[in-house]
Design a protein around this ligand. Structure first.
Ligand SMILES: Nc1ncnc2c1ncn2[C@@H]1O[C@H](COP(=O)(O)OP(=O)(O)OP(=O)(O)O)[C@@H](O)[C@H]1O
Ligand SMILES: [Mg+2]
Length: 504
């Protein structure tokens, strides 16, 4: 990301400066440089910046600065859409407040409420929570709002999409009005402006200057491919690109299950993640992905949004997302904290209209990419193995292997031996049959393009409204089924400390 300022210029306390140093943040990102001073002055803020540009610390640093260590009540609340985001944000706040000894607690559905109640008794200064669970605590009076001076809505766009609007309104209505309200989002649909009007006090709009909605470090491509050819195209691309860590997005849960299974059959270390898996399963899949013991994560959008996993080099949209905001969030899982990344979107010929809408919204053209040939895929694999061999030669003592090498050299010339070894090391194309149920392409859309671009890409077309309506209904069903149940429907895993990325 573009680095503009220095934290030194922001008049932060020495404890926060020490924490920043420990984390490894040296310079501010643009959104941080612009919002931190305003926030410290007490203004309400609407902050919009691209994915992966440090919005968490943009509100986190002022939150920590404003904690009064003598006050033993809850002083700030951060509302986040999902439990793993709540955990991720609370971990970042914990690190930012480490030297000041600020207590931060995450509360979210799916976790034993009595455990949370016990933790609340330890008087954390900052609570990070999902809307439903926060409301539960508020209604039980285990969270008291009377002393709260700052409220943050993180990923506001996502919370609206997930149908949390009433919960958020209910929470905001209960918090003293002489508070500061900060709202952060990667995209800024009209609904958010309405919330701002109702619940904020002359908010300052801070938008980091960017022509495009996506960060420039992400190279964006599309591949025009028939539905039935998608899977083979995917494996070719994976072989060709040899991503360090890749996320593949599918449209449905079945899709995610089938693609993950099919990839495993073909010899990739892949697992799927979506809202139907148990919490424990989601935790373990995400942990394995962060540690690199699986290198392909297949996910529905909701399962990966907002997650900050370092080292994701490639994002593949196996299915093009229906609305442009999802696209922005999906590909935003790579290219974070100034690192590079590649996003490849599969489009079936009938879905080209959607591609154009995405491009109009993000104001960025995707380059066309062809499916690599078999030879190219093998070449990609060879490059990878050659890199690995070079590293092994550079970094290891190989004396133990010398004798065997000499023996082999007596029988064959070196080229033959190395070629054989390469053949062994390379994952050769594998055509084991796999089952991928064909999905119908998204409905044709012709006339709606203009309506979508007019409102700045907000996808208020009928399709997406219907879809959101469905989502909301689902949420409501779940809600009425079990007030405390997990509505977030996502994996529950936070960024682990080793996954905490610094751009140095
Ligand atoms: N000043 C900084 N210097 C270096 N790295 C930073 C800085 N600020 C944040 N980061 C790192 O950048 C990454 C992305 O930050 P963060 O998750 O806050 O992005 P975001 O803007 O909230 O993205 P999203 O819209 O996807 O939620 C994190 O790993 C974070 O630790
Ligand atoms: Mg964020």
């Amino acid at each position: 990301m573009k680095k503009l300022g220095k934290f030194e210029d922001l008049n932060l306390s020495s404890s926060t400066m020490r924490s920043l140093k420990r984390i490894g943040f040296e310079e501010t990102t643009p959104i941080q440089e612009q919002t931190i001073p305003l926030s410290l002055e007490g203004h309400d803020i609407i902050g919009q910046a691209q994915t992966g540009t440090g919005k968490t610390a943009a509100f986190g640093i002022p939150l920590i600065e404003k904690v009064d260590m003598k006050d033993k009540t809850i002083q700030s609340i951060v509302i986040a859409p999902t439990r793993e985001l709540a955990i991720q944000v609370s971990e970042e706040l914990y690190k930012l407040g480490f030297d000041k000894h600020v207590q931060v607690l995450a509360v979210y559905g799916g976790q034993d409420i009595s455990r949370q109640i016990r933790a609340l008794k330890k008087k954390p200064a900052i609570i990070v929570g999902t809307p439903g669970r926060l409301l539960d605590h508020i209604n039980r009076a285990t969270i008291k709002l009377s002393n709260i001076h700052t409220v943050v809505l993180d990923e506001a766009d996502e919370m609206l999409n997930m149908g949390f609007i009433e919960d958020i309104e209910a929470i905001l209505e209960k918090i003293p009005t002489e508070r500061q309200t900060l709202l952060f989002s990667a995209t800024m649909p009209e609904k958010i402006r309405q919330i701002a009007l109702r619940f904020m006090n002359e908010p300052k709009l801070v938008r980091t200057k960017a022509k495009e909605m996506t960060v420039p470090q992400i190279d964006q491509y599309f591949v025009k491919v028939e539905e039935r050819e998608k899977f083979d195209a995917l494996t070719r691309l994976l072989d060709f690109h040899s991503p360090e860590l890749a996320i593949i997005f599918g449209r449905t849960k079945r899709r995610v299950d089938e693609v993950a299974e099919a990839l495993s059959i073909r010899g990739y270390t892949a697992e799927g993640i979506h809202g139907d898996l148990t919490q424990a399963k989601r935790i373990s899949v995400l942990r394995k992905f962060k540690e690199g013991s699986i290198d392909v994560l297949v996910a529905t959008d909701v399962a990966a949004r907002g997650l900050d996993i370092s080292g994701v080099t490639h994002v593949y949209n196996f299915d093009i997302p229906q609305d442009p905001e999802s696209y922005v969030h999906r590909i935003g899982r790579t290219g974070r904290a100034g690192k590079g990344g590649m996003a490849v979107t599969f489009v079936s010929p009938r879905e080209m209209g959607y591609l154009r809408i995405v491009e109009e919204t993000t104001k960025k053209k995707m380059k066309r990419m062809d499916v690599p040939t078999m030879a190219e895929a093998i070449e990609g694999q060879q490059r990878l193995v050659m890199d690995k061999l070079n590293t092994i030669i550079e970094e290891n003592d190989l004396t133990l292997y010398k004798k065997a090498a000499e023996e082999l050299l007596k029988e064959h010339d070196s080229e033959a031996i190395i070629s054989a070894a390469l053949k062994m090391l390379i994952k050769e194309p594998d055509n084991t049959p796999v089952k991928i149920t064909q999905e119908a392409p998204l409905p044709m859309r012709r006339d709606r393009r203009s309506s979508s671009s007019k409102n700045g890409g907000r996808s208020n077309n009928r399709d997406s409204q219907r879809r959101r309506g469905d989502q909301r209904r689902n949420n409501d069903q779940k809600r009425s089924g079990n007030r405390n149940s997990q509505r977030e429907g996502r994996s529950n895993q936070s960024r682990s400390s080793q996954g905490y990325k610094k751009s140095k």
